[in-house]
Design a protein around this ligand. Structure first.
Ligand code: DGJ
Length: 734
């Protein structure tokens, strides 16, 4: 049973194939967390609640109520009653008092998984998922909080969200509504997060968990380059194959907080939700507030198993695009080729040359609209600049199509340039605090997407462009953080809603786009990878990983990204050398091998490549067609890591039927006088025979002894090694 309720003991168990998550109701009605870990075979676990433990039991010792709350593993802790660890919920009433006492009321079990209104969320059929709603109430405020859990029956993942309903006669102010809390005893945990900067996104960081609070967050209005809405607690012995992992990932693209806190009693609380800074939501009588979803994954088989669970979950239950399981067109984007300096002739030249080499789509990046010839104007004026693109968009697209290529286009719909017709007409449409100057970033302001008329007007402009020509792809960019948060339309006591209302506006626009243009391939982007998160994946099957296209920098970025997200969604392109971001020279082959670990494409002036390089493009596009399905749909294993060793990097993907695999190896730093090295493969069938470099081996020997890495010579050298069944052509059945 995926959801098992022991009515007598007041215990709820959520069972996935290999995990159990358990909640209990303590005697005075609070909801307590009992267990999360390897699957249990009984529901007789109330003793784990340790209600009898000192310090004190509230029912029997009212004098020490708060001491009790401060040590009980709580399922959804709240502010104001004596649990001094980080709370998950904080409400203020109209008189200004901040406290609640959420006590268990009832539960319901639903087949399937209800959606979350206006928000991205994982999905699944009645056969695949079961949902448990636990309702708690605060009788004084007449507030009902529904803790929602969905169990995926074939995957070791549980999703959570929270829906608050005001059943009272007075409004309340929600000051914090986290989506998940997990209390556990410390087991010498370490915390893993993904950190970085522009051009350095999602580098892995692992650090011991000490007493106090360790926090990962963003209140920039986006999930951000710097910190990432993912956190994992791992036991100190955890490797790719062994050890325990408790991971949370937030299906949201705006402000977030993920925090681990170790208390005086050596308990650990992991929380995740919308960042409380800058958040207050006025909840009127009869209204609901829905907190975004958190995905929880537990693995007792190390980080690799956690990764593969996230990949399967996101491929099968989050991304909705018809392109998800389809081969993506190999695209060429003109950004690094031309920046703003292009016209229709240049684009057609690129398309003509690219189509000869196996590339399938031209993407026209920033600079085609308004009077934009640098980054300081025209955002919001989504009309084609016909001085630049003579003959207009329709003509350009038709010319590109004549070369056999599809056409894609760039937008930055959330922004408005001070130098734009839109701003002249609607200066109040920018997010701003009246009387204060509006902070510029990249010479632009942010549109107030909490206003429906703004959403409608910008959407309409995009729609007109998309209907004016045969456009197959949109790159949706977002190039600045949010500041001077104010909406001229919200009343004073609702200004704290702006960050979240902004995200709801973005989601609404993307939802409209994918519904109205169901065959459109949407790629999200945010100044590189500042919004690479599960929220965006709900709308677009691929996201631009980083503006850093250097193959060596990409190793760390792609390792961190692939820790959670499938390779099929990582935007990765081959660019020129010296690389525009770091000035490094790397072999063309390595640039191709690294970009092939994502949605493959090019970002260079193909008309300027040498004949030898063009031949390599032909070879790479053919390899992409051969391996695409294996890379996009297969199981991902990390064999070694440049970020750990500083020397080499290696990953592999194995088809689900274990018949076929591809190993990608990069020797980052050559090593003098090095002996040959054997690399142990993973994920194969031990008793099956495999062919590698023309010789036959068993899976057993390949995984226990390994394959030989021929040479450690040549910085940045790389190779792809195919592992397949001895007979016949491999077929990846996904
Ligand atoms: C940032 C993106 O990451 C780049 O790929 C490019 O589209 C620029 N914006 C254009 O302004």
């Amino acid at each position: 049973m995926p959801v098992n309720v022991n009515e007598k003991e007041k215990v709820f168990l959520l069972n996935t194939p290999k995990t159990t998550y358990a909640i209990g109701v303590v005697d005075d009605g609070f909801l307590a967390h009992i267990y999360y870990g390897k699957r249990l075979n009984t529901s007789d676990i109330r003793y784990l609640l340790k209600e009898e433990d000192p310090p004190y039991i509230p029912e029997k010792n009212k004098r020490e109520e708060n001491a009790f709350l401060d040590q009980l593993p709580m399922e959804y802790p709240e502010t104001g009653m004596g649990d001094y660890r980080e709370s998950a919920f904080c409400v203020r009433n109209m008189e200004g008092f901040r406290a609640s006492e959420l006590k268990y009321d009832r539960y319901e079990i639903l087949k399937g998984k209800p959606g979350l209104e206006g928000l991205p969320a994982t999905w699944g059929s009645d056969e695949e998922c079961t949902t448990l709603n636990i309702f708690c109430v605060d009788t004084l405020l007449d507030l009902e909080v529904c803790l929602r859990y969905t169990v995926f029956e074939q995957l070791d993942a549980v999703t959570r969200s929270v829906i608050v309903k005001n059943n009272g006669h007075q409004s309340v102010y929600l000051e914090k509504v986290f989506s998940a809390c997990l209390d556990m005893e410390d087991r010498d945990f370490e915390m893993i997060g993904l950190f970085g900067s522009w051009a350095r996104e999602r580098h892995l960081q692992r650090r011991p968990l000490g007493y106090g609070r360790q926090n990962i967050s963003s209140f920039k209005g986006e999930s951000s380059h710097q910190e990432h809405p993912f956190a994992a607690l791992v036991t100190s012995d955890t490797t790719q194959e062994a050890g325990e992992v408790y991971a949370m990932n937030f299906v949201y693209s705006g402000n977030f907080m993920a925090q681990a806190e170790k208390s005086q009693f050596d308990s650990v609380r992991l929380t995740m939700g919308i960042h409380p800074e800058g958040f207050t939501w006025k909840l009127d009588p009869g209204k609901y507030f829905t907190a975004p979803e958190v995905v929880m994954v537990y693995s007792s088989e190390g980080l690799g198993k956690m990764t593969r669970t996230f990949h399967d979950l996101y491929r099968d239950h989050l991304i909705r695009s018809p392109y998800l399981h389809r081969e993506r067109p190999i695209l060429i984007n003109n950004w690094e080729a031309t920046y703003f300096d292009f016209d229709e002739k240049k684009l057609i030249d690129i398309a003509r040359e690219a189509s000869q080499l196996g590339i399938e789509m031209l993407v026209m990046d920033d600079g085609w609209f308004g009077h934009r010839s640098s980054d300081d104007s025209s955002l919001g004026d989504w009309q084609v600049n016909e001085e630049k693109l003579k003959g207009g968009l329709h003509h350009l697209v038709e010319e590109v199509k004549k070369t056999g290529m599809k056409f894609g286009i760039w937008f930055e719909p959330e922004m408005i340039s001070p130098d734009s017709d839109l701003f002249k007409k609607h200066p109040d449409w920018a997010i701003q605090i009246p009387g204060r100057h509006i902070t510029q970033s990249r010479a632009q302001y942010v549109l107030d997407l909490s206003r429906q008329e703004v959403v409608d007007a910008v959407y309409k402009m995009m729609e007109n462009v998309l209907k004016s020509a045969d456009i197959s792809y949109v790159k949706w960019d977002m190039n600045r953080q949010l500041t001077t948060m104010g909406s001229v339309c919200l009343p004073p006591d609702r200004q704290g809603e702006l960050f979240h209302r902004y995200m709801l506006g973005v989601y609404q626009m993307q939802e409209r786009l994918v519904r109205e243009f169901p065959d459109l391939l949407l790629e999200n982007c945010s100044g590189g990878g500042a919004r690479f998160d599960p929220g965006m994946l709900y709308y677009s099957p691929q996201i631009w990983c980083s503006d850093d296209t250097d193959a060596i920098e990409r190793l760390k970025i792609q390792e961190g990204t692939a820790l959670v997200y499938p390779l099929s969604c990582m935007g990765a392109h081959v660019s020129v050398c010296p690389n525009h971001t770091v000035g490094r020279n790397t072999p063309f082959e390595t640039r191709g091998n690294v970009a092939m670990a994502g949605t493959f494409g090019y970002e260079l002036d193909i008309t300027k490549l040498s004949e030898e390089e063009k031949e390599m493009v032909r070879h790479q596009t053919a390899s992409y067609h051969r391996y695409h399905k294996l890379i996009a749909e297969g199981d991902y294993y990390r064999l070694c890591s440049f970020s750990e060793t500083g020397e080499e990097d290696c990953w592999m993907t194995v088809s689900k039927d274990k018949c076929w695999a591809l190993v990608s190896y990069v020797c980052v730093l050559a090593k003098p006088n090095a002996k040959s090295r054997f690399l142990r493969l993973k994920g194969l069938e031990p008793d099956r025979k495999y062919e590698v470099r023309g010789k036959i081996y068993t899976g057993n020997i390949l995984m226990n002894a390994g394959i030989k890495i021929e040479s450690r010579q040549g910085d940045f050298r790389s190779e792809q090694i195919e592992i397949n069944e001895p007979d016949g052509e491999p077929v990846c059945d996904g």
